[in-house]
Every structure is written in C-alpha cells, then in structure tokens.
Design a protein around this ligand. Structure first.
Ligand SMILES: Cc1cc2nc3c(=O)[nH]c(=O)nc-3n(C[C@H](O)[C@H](O)[C@H](O)COP(=O)(O)OP(=O)(O)OC[C@H]3O[C@@H](n4cnc5c(N)ncnc54)[C@H](O)[C@@H]3O)c2cc1C
Length: 423
C-alpha cells in the first residue's frame, strides 16, 4: 500500500496509528487480522518502560484471548517474567482486610484471571506481535505536524534524519496521556484537569505477600479518593505506588512522594513488610486520564483509544484492559469505515464511540460513582466489613477486577437486597 518510503515522498496508507503502547499495538494486531495496511509511528524504541502498576486484569486477558489464545499460554508459561495473579486484597482506611480470590467457582481455571508483568516486558511482548506484512513501523520517530484536509489526515514526521509525510483517511490516536492527536483535534481539552496522578517505585525484599500472589490495594485515609498499592512481581520484587485525584493533590498542595514514603515507614499494616526493603530504582510519576462523563472519542477522520481517550477506570485506576479493548474496537471500526469509504464524524461515532460506550460505558460510570463514594472513609470501612460477611458483595467486588459480566449485577436491586441480609 505504501507508494514509497523514500525521504520527502508522500506515503499513503489505509490507517495511521500514533503510539505503540497497548492501545496502538492492539489496533495494529486487529488491523493486520483484517488485512488492512497501516503505519505505526512511535516516538520511543522498544523495549521501553511505562510508569504503571503493571497489573493486568480480566479485561486484558479477554482481549488477548480474542487476539490470539496462544499468547496467553506464552504469558503464563513464562513464569520468570510474568506472575499469575489469583486475587485481590483490599485494606480499608481503618486497617481491616478483605481477601477476594478471583476464582469464584473453586474449580481450576485454564489461566489465572490476571497477571502482573513489568510494562518494560509486557509492552515489548505486544510490540513484537505487531510484525505483519500489513504493518509498517517507524520507531524513534518525531511527529512534527498533524493536519486534516481534503478528506485525509496528513502526518509529518522526522525519522532517521529525514522527513516523511504520511497520509491516510483515518488516524488512530493511541499516544497516551499527553496525546498529540487529541490535542490537535479536540477543542477545550480538559484532560489534565480531570485525571489522577500516580507514583511508582520498584522495591526488593518486601515481605508478607499472600501465598497466591494477591495484588493489594490499601485505601489509606490520607489518600482518599485514591490508594496505595503493593503488587508482587515474578522476580521477587514488588511494584509499589500511590494514586490520587489531581484536583485533590493540587487543592491540598499534597506532596504525594512524601505521603508514599510516610506510609512505607509508618503505616502499621505496611511498615514491617518494608523493614528490609530497598528501592530498586527511583520513584517516578505519570498521569492517569480518567473519564468524568462520556465524551466524544472521535471526529472527522480520527478516533482516540486508551489513555488518549481517557479510558482509565476512575475507581480501580486500571487502564491497560481498556487500552487493549479500545484498540481492538478501533480496528474493527476502521474495517467497517474503509469498506464504506466514509470517515465523517457521524460515521465514526456510530462505528466506534457508540460501540465502545455500549460495552464499557456503564462500567466507567460505575467507576466514577465508586470513586465519589470512596472519598468517604467510613463508607469504605462499612463496605469491607459487610463484604467479609456477604458473599454477594464479596463476589461483586472481585468482579470489578476480574469478571466483565458480573459487573452487570450491580444494576439489579436484588443484588443490594442480598447484601443487606449478608447473603
Ligand atoms: C502510576 C500509574 C499506575 C498504573 N497502574 C496500572 C495498573 O496496575 N493496571 C492497569 O491496567 N493500568 C494502570 N495504569 C494505567 C495504564 O498505565 C494506562 O492506562 C495504559 O498504559 C494506557 O495504554 P495506552 O496504549 O493508551 O498508552 P501508553 O501506554 O501511554 O502508550 C502510548 C504510546 O504512545 C507513544 N507516544 C506518545 N506520544 C507520541 C507521539 N507524539 N508520537 C509517537 N508516539 C507517541 C508513547 O511512547 C507510548 O509508547 C497506571 C498508570 C499510572 C500512571
């Protein structure tokens, strides 16, 4: 499909993807499956790190399975780099613990519901899966300009000392939190004001993990709405971090790094486990763009995926699953649009935004509601207390992280009646 890869010539392709993280990689994988030629432009060289908690839940497993079930086998067999995760430990602001194993049936599953893998490893795994006769990759490329005219999008890049001009009827923005695609096309972009800010540090010699590798969310009262996490890794290290709403950090002038270190040194549930722990590298921060209310995810000739579309769950802070999922839907939308050769905002909305919101809109709304509720420490204490007694609530909380269908239970009145009676 490319007319030429030579310097200064205009290269035409069916779809341009900016960014080769989970959202961009999955867009590419599904475009290749559909036999659609595309160009991926990435500013870094893989393997590259991404600041993250490194926890992949049921949604990630679901999309990877759709892409290729063998990839899950590859992930779970490689125990040196990937740690199968079998449950979740919630700790409420008053220090009470709630264990939520992911397997509800007690039956052995083919795979664990989730896994923890450093993004340096996971994103490189996905990146290597992009290779296909339909995909052309420009790594270490700098996007200079994105323009939209004459029913096409044109991207000018600097690559290997020269300039390339690439044009296509559709561009997929998969370029993360600081998305240039979003900034180019979306007016009044409020993303920086509506997200969360997170810090991550890798530690060695953290003790006291659950024998089945549970990931841990500690809802400390000084961090609400937000939490401190400890996620075990396969090499014996732990991914440790904190996340908190940016508006609260700004309004209260909070030093998040100090709060994180204070919890490690002083919190009675945490400090002993870090008695012999040391920081492996430095503590680093990055934004988590979350959705306050449904917003347009596309327009004439463009659509946004993953963090560029602000698809991180406002309660759990989980974004890898939705990045993969939106990448898959973006490719499916592109296939339908190319068939009809229509790329207007209205057409893309029907084929992308509407499909995405139909599938995960309720879940994002629920995340926002839970985030609001989680500002109340007492309510958290109550929920953890109840969930220790009510199997229904216990299962529902597990489903937030591991099961897509079970989340729908939260909309049924019978669900709340059962909790009331500790069922
Ligand atoms: C501290 C923290 C902890 C988190 N913990 C978790 C967790 O445990 N589990 C979870 O599911 N989610 C977590 N998240 C969220 C998760 O990291 C993101 O949702 C996820 O990375 C989104 O994937 P993406 O592909 O949309 O974007 P990214 O992973 O950010 O990938 C974007 C890609 O685009 C490239 N790019 C950017 N700009 C350009 C440009 N101009 N030109 C070319 N390329 C460009 C980047 O180099 C990058 O490779 C966390 C986030 C943070 C900040």
């Amino acid at each position: 499909m490319e007319s030429s890869a030579e310097n200064n010539k205009i290269i035409q392709t069916q779809v341009i993807i900016i960014g080769a993280g989970p959202a961009g990689a999955m867009s590419s994988v599904f475009l290749s499956k559909a036999g659609i030629h595309h160009i991926i432009i990435e500013k870094e060289i893989f393997p590259r790190d991404k600041i993250c908690g490194d926890a992949c839940s049921g949604k990630s497993v679901f999309v990877l399975k759709k892409a290729n079930p063998k990839w899950l086998d590859e992930i779970f067999i490689n125990k040196a780099e990937n740690l199968a995760c079998n449950g979740l430990l919630f700790v409420s602001p008053n220090g009470k613990k709630l264990s939520l194993p992911f397997s509800k049936t007690g039956q052995p599953q083919q795979h664990a519901a989730g896994f923890v893998t450093p993004r340096l490893v996971f994103d490189n795994f996905l990146f290597n899966k992009i290779t296909s006769p339909y995909a052309t990759i420009y790594q270490k490329a700098t996007v200079k300009k994105i323009t939209r005219e004459n029913k096409a999008v044109t991207v000018e890049i600097e690559y290997q000392g020269g300039t390339r001009t690439i044009t296509s009827p559709l561009i997929i923005g998969a370029d993360g939190d600081k998305s240039m695609v979003r900034k180019t096309f979306v007016n009044n972009d409020m993303v920086s004001k509506t997200g969360c800010v997170g810090l991550r540090g890798y530690y060695k010699n953290v003790s006291g993990f659950h024998e089945n590798n549970f990931i841990e969310l500690h809802f400390l009262k000084e961090l609400l709405p937000g939490y401190f996490w400890i996620f075990p890794l396969s090499n014996g290290n732990a991914n440790v971090g904190v996340g908190m709403l940016s508006e609260v950090v700004r309004a209260k002038k909070i030093n998040l790094r100090e709060l994180m270190l204070h919890a490690i040194q002083n919190n009675p549930n945490i400090r002993e486990r870090f008695a012999n722990a040391t920081l492996v590298d430095k503590i680093q921060g990055w934004g988590l763009p979350m959705m306050n209310k449904p917003i347009p995810l596309s327009g004439d000739h463009y659509l946004l995926t993953g963090d560029a579309a602000r698809l991180i769950d406002p309660f759990s802070g989980e974004g890898i699953g939705n990045a993969l999922y939106s990448g898959m839907l973006a490719a499916q939308a592109a296939e339908a649009l190319l068939k009809e050769n229509k790329f207007s905002a209205d057409e893309i909305k029907v084929k992308y935004d509407d499909v995405l919101y139909r599938n995960i809109g309720d879940e994002l709304k629920m995340g926002k509601l839970l985030q609001k509720l989680s500002r109340q420490g007492w309510l958290f204490n109550l929920v953890v207390n109840k969930a220790n007694k009510s199997q229904t609530l216990n299962t529902a909380l597990t489903s937030m992280f591991s099961d897509l269908d079970l989340k729908k239970q939260l909309r049924k009145p019978s669900f709340y009646a059962k909790i009331l009676f500790n069922k």
